[in-house]
Ligand binder design. Structure first.
Ligand SMILES: NC(=O)c1ccc[n+]([C@@H]2O[C@H](COP(=O)([O-])OP(=O)(O)OC[C@H]3O[C@@H](n4cnc5c(N)ncnc54)[C@H](OP(=O)(O)O)[C@@H]3O)[C@@H](O)[C@H]2O)c1
Length: 241
């Protein structure tokens, strides 16, 4: 397969790139960190330096690119809101990286997938989108936007025979979560996360969520009355102070 992976210079995306390359697929690994890109290139991958926040440069690159069978749109960032300051610039940054860059990549990659073999578009969201979580006003909203965009795209694109999957991980140990100072239940290794994502991709699952013991708890909590969830989470915030 010809596989394109964004955010391939770190964490989940890097591990996916290494694993697919190990399985003899042709991997196009995108990111900004030149040192990490050089390592991927030395390992035999096609490593491409691209800031996805640069819409024009990103679309130019996709226009010159050849067919893709599997696109994994994984690049993302996480920043938390710390009240009393509601930092709207932070919200813009997170939305630009997670939502707008994802949209630019979808615009760029769809024509390449249309020429691919059994094409499959995979977007990395988050289980954080299942319900409101403290301090995730920006990150959670960006992942909820991704979820809506991808689930809608899946409906509109089905006649083109392009499969669309949404990945909703729980906590995975990466540089992104290494910055978190709170406890992260059921946090998985990046190797484990990659295995679960690749298995879900092989089965062309609509939603690839893991670890199940964590995501089922979140999904269940998302069904309880809002007032109850608000009370539970306010108590968690109070005890976490
Ligand atoms: N780790 C978790 O627990 C977890 C849980 C749920 C969802 N996720 C999602 O999984 C994805 C990967 O997360 P991760 O934990 O592996 O994070 P990570 O280690 O911080 O990696 C993020 C990747 O995104 C790339 N990226 C960010 N902004 C970019 C931009 N403007 N242009 C190009 N590339 C950009 C980074 O590239 P450079 O480093 O080269 O700049 C890096 O390769 C994210 O979408 C995240 O929201 C992660």
């Amino acid at each position: 397969m010809r596989i394109l992976i964004t955010g391939a210079t770190s964490g989940i995306g890097r591990q996916l790139a290494l694993d697919y390359h190990h399985d003899n697929h042709e991997v196009w690994a995108l990111g900004r960190n030149q040192t990490a890109l050089d390592e991927l290139s030395s390992a035999g991958m096609q490593a491409v330096r691209l800031d996805l926040a640069d819409r024009a440069a990103t679309l130019d690159w996709f226009t010159a690119m050849t067919p893709i069978d599997l696109a994994i749109l994984n690049a993302g960032s996480c920043e938390y809101i710390d009240l009393p300051d509601f930092d709207s610039a932070l919200v813009s940054r997170v939305m630009r990286t997670n939502v707008e860059s994802m949209a630019v990549c979808i615009e760029g990659v769809l024509p390449l997938l249309r020429q691919g073999v059994r094409p499959h578009l995979v977007a990395v969201g988050s289980s954080a989108a299942y319900l409101p979580l403290s301090r995730a006003e920006a990150y959670g909203a960006s992942k909820a936007a991704i979820e809506y965009m991808i689930r809608t795209l899946r409906i509109d694109i089905f006649q083109e025979n392009i499969d669309v999957s949404l990945v909703c991980p729980g906590f995975v140990k990466t540089p992104l979560t290494d910055r978190n100072e709170f406890s992260m239940p059921f946090r998985l290794s990046v190797e484990d996360a990659s295995k679960r994502i690749r298995r879900g991709i092989d089965k062309r699952q609509l939603e690839i969520h893991f670890p199940k013991r964590f995501t089922f708890i979140l999904k269940t909590l998302s069904m309880i009355p809002e007032a109850l969830w608000v009370r539970i989470s306010q108590r968690l915030v109070k005890h976490g102070e």
